[in-house]
Design a protein. Structure first.
Length: 396
């Protein structure tokens, strides 16, 4: 079982060296199961059914290919905006794989893999990117702001860390109702500087709510590097101040992420209260399709993390267990690419939302003011002709 900072609180050592050896950008305090050669430590290796291992691998590849498709659609000018999660597939999959369908998920905007693992419709996710009539939110949300109430996947919202307090509220409700459902929430390293993060963890610690806080430390908040974000050496150490266990894991080692999450999930489910998991990785893509990371990122650090691709590492592990091979890899890629192509074709064909959808779902019954505004807009449409989608550029 991974030990938390209750038992151990090592700070990160400076990892660079001037000996001519390749510089390591990996903190030494991280919980790891796969070593540098991608071999699992037999003492720590979690017991995971073969079907689950393969489902996890599939989800990581599916997430990567979904992200690639999202970026490509944006570059082709077919959608306005995209936020990729390149390099963060192990964090999303390793945590999602530990949850029950009754559990609540409050994601950030960089967790498409959590939606996919949970079974969200890929067509519906693409419809959100187009903001068309097939989108759950009928085009009233930003792209990548997915929302699946039936899967207990709370709507993504852009203001950083707002989901943290929402998750604590949901898990407090579950504690009061004695349902054994837990709530998991994701935020970034930048998110830990937000008031909502502090408020959420204060309440969770004091009320011992069944919440798991996943902090994806991808070392940047847009262009702001971690050392300018906080004076803390380890984000996992923030847990101490709120009276909960915290653990820092190698976010590119899906087995380590899974083990830390299993431990947190068990604690929450059995009434032991919340846990903070800091999953350390590097954001391998741009912040969003509007960003150019080459203007600010440390290229040596980038190259280092490129050599630690979580998908390659997991595939090496699965190959060593005789569960995977190159033929299966090829088949998986073509199957997923076909699935994505079909989903894109379906989603792109959907009509734009009806203009009256601007006024629906606000209240159970439209107020006088909404009715008046709706009538005005319809009159305008009569005069000018049907409104069309003219959003070619996205400002963010
Ligand atoms: C409250 C708030 N402040 C600022 C922003 C602008 N903003 C959008 S993303 C972002 C960076 C967040 O970084 P991090 O939490 O590390 O998550 P990451 O993008 O790395 O996944 C900022 C500052 C915002 N959306 N909300
Ligand atoms: Mg970040």
């Amino acid at each position: 079982m991974p030990s938390t900072n209750k038992e151990k609180s090592k700070t990160a050592k400076k990892t660079s060296n001037g000996s001519g050896k390749k510089t390591s950008y990996l903190r030494e305090d991280l919980y790891r199961i796969l070593n540098d050669k991608n071999v699992a430590d037999p003492k720590k290796e979690p017991k995971i059914d073969k079907e689950i291992l393969l489902a996890m691998y599939r989800n990581m590849v599916r997430t990567r290919l979904y992200d690639e498709r999202g970026m490509m659609l944006q570059r082709q000018g077919r959608i306005g905006f995209y936020v990729p999660s390149f390099g963060q597939e192990a964090i999303q999959t390793g945590t999602a794989a530990c949850l029950k369908k009754e559990d609540w998920i409050f994601p950030s905007y960089r967790e498409p893999g959590v939606f996919l693992y949970r079974g969200a419709s890929i067509v519906s996710m693409f419809c959100n990117l187009w903001g068309n009539s097939g989108d759950v939110c009928k085009g009233r949300q930003m792209p990548v702001h997915y929302s699946f109430a039936d899967l207990k996947l709370f709507s993504v919202s852009s203001p950083i860390a707002t989901q943290v307090i929402q998750a604590v509220g949901a898990s407090l409700a579950s504690k009061i109702r004695k349902t054994k459902e837990l709530a998991v929430t994701y935020c970034g390293d930048g998110g830990t500087s937000e008031t909502d993060f502090h408020t959420g963890l204060t309440f969770a610690g004091a009320m011992k709510t069944p919440t798991v806080f996943i902090v994806t430390n991808n070392q940047y908040a847009i262009s702001v590097p971690l050392h300018k974000q906080t004076g803390a050496k380890r984000l996992a150490d923030k847990a101490i101040g709120y009276g909960m266990p915290g653990i820092a894991v190698d976010g590119n080692d899906v087995l380590a992420v899974y083990s830390a999450m299993k431990d947190a999930e068990k604690r929450a489910r059995e009434g032991g209260g919340p846990t903070l998991i800091e999953a350390v990785t590097l954001r391998m893509g741009p912040h969003s399709s509007s960003d150019d990371p080459t203007r600010y990122r440390d290229e040596k650090m980038y190259d280092f993390w490129k050599g630690r691709d979580p998908i390659v590492r997991f595939s090496d592990y699965l190959k060593s267990k005789k569960l995977w091979d190159d033929k299966k890899e090829k088949a998986l890629h073509s199957e997923i690419k076909e699935e994505l192509a079909e989903a894109v074709e379906k989603a792109e064909k959907m009509a734009i939302p009806d203009v009256t959808d601007l006024f629906s779902d606000v209240y159970a019954e439209k107020t006088q003011q909404l009715l008046r505004q709706e009538a005005e807009l319809l009159k305008e449409q009569e005069l000018r002709g049907k409104f069309e989608n003219t959003s070619e550029a996205f400002p963010l």
